[in-house]
Design a protein around this ligand. Sequence first.
Ligand SMILES: [Cu+2]
Length: 118
Amino acid sequence: MRRLAAAALVVVAGAAPASASAPPPARLQVAAKEFSLTLSRAKLKPGWAIVELANYGEDPHDLRLRRVGGTVTRSISVVEAGDQRSLRARLLPGRYRLWCSLADHAARGMRATLVVSG
Ligand SMILES: [Cu+2]
């Protein structure tokens, strides 16, 4: 699993925009534990972002990210305790719901809201 995650990160890094004028992607860390999701920041500017799920808990967790009113759900697959994994996404203005999709974790508190606005 760790090897897979490392390979995925290399692919993501290789896809980074080469243009010097492009602003660096915003970064958001989502800290997961039983049973909460804590965002490193509640608000981001629209554009590219790297969202990292860091599992500080004892159980595996995953992450779903969806804009309110949107149709695309982005996801980070299951991250084991003590591990982390990232996704890169272009975020549009709006409110995003974040949650863990495993079992009843969201209902138990593993959910959060992110605001994307300029
Ligand atoms: Cu979970």
